[in-house]
Design a protein around this ligand. Structure first.
Ligand SMILES: [Zn+2]
Length: 187
């Protein structure tokens, strides 16, 4: 049986993400490039188009992941996880992501390439800031919504990263706050 025929049988002629029955074709889950049963997923044009062009995404279409994330098929799990990650600004997607369980190998596959498109926080010298770094604040920074100022020269130990690469977070005088990454210097 050809790969495509095997895939068609596996998906029961339905899109493996949204269960649509129209125009299915195999989609290879990166970083793999060859259509094989283990690396490809049968997708409808809608799913495929929105995965390939994220700017066209229709958030509500992806509520289908509510069902397909429980698939036993590894490449389907990887795609579902990646798509939920992309949509994680939506609280329902965040919730599903938290419920989802991937075994170690699948998780590794799912995370490949993730770092490449995510921007990283950088300090005043363009040095990448990582979780756990110690930084020095290089200018007085007023804290939004309070009269407090983080003084120039303040050392913040063991910073955390935030969803926004422009900010890191850390404790100043015992309080957690966001600090603009480019106003820090890595120690
Ligand atoms: Zn679909």
């Amino acid at each position: 049986m050809s790969t495509e025929a095997t895939l068609l049988e596996r998906c029961e002629s339905k899109c493996e993400l949204c269960a649509a029955q129209s125009s299915l074709s195999p989609f290879v889950v990166a970083p793999h490039t060859q259509i094989t049963v283990d690396h490809a997923v049968m997708l409808c044009d809608t799913c495929k188009g929105q995965i390939e062009e994220p700017e066209t995404v229709d958030v509500n279409h992806w509520r289908c992941l509510n069902d397909s994330m429980w698939s036993q098929v590894q490449p389907v799990q990887v795609l579902a996880w990646r798509q939920l990650k992309r949509l994680s600004a939506e609280s329902w997607a965040q919730d599903l992501l938290e419920m989802m369980y991937l075994d170690e190998e699948t998780q590794k596959w799912a995370e490949i390439g993730l770092d490449d498109d995510a921007e990283k926080p950088r300090d005043v010298n363009g040095v990448e800031l990582k979780k756990g770094d110690d930084v020095t604040v290089i200018k007085d920074l007023p804290v939004k919504g309070s009269s407090m100022v983080i003084k120039q020269g303040t050392v913040v130990r063991g910073i955390s990263l935030s969803d926004d690469p422009k900010h890191v977070s850390g404790k100043v005088n015992g309080q957690s706050m966001f600090i603009i990454a480019e106003y820090c210097r890595k120690k």
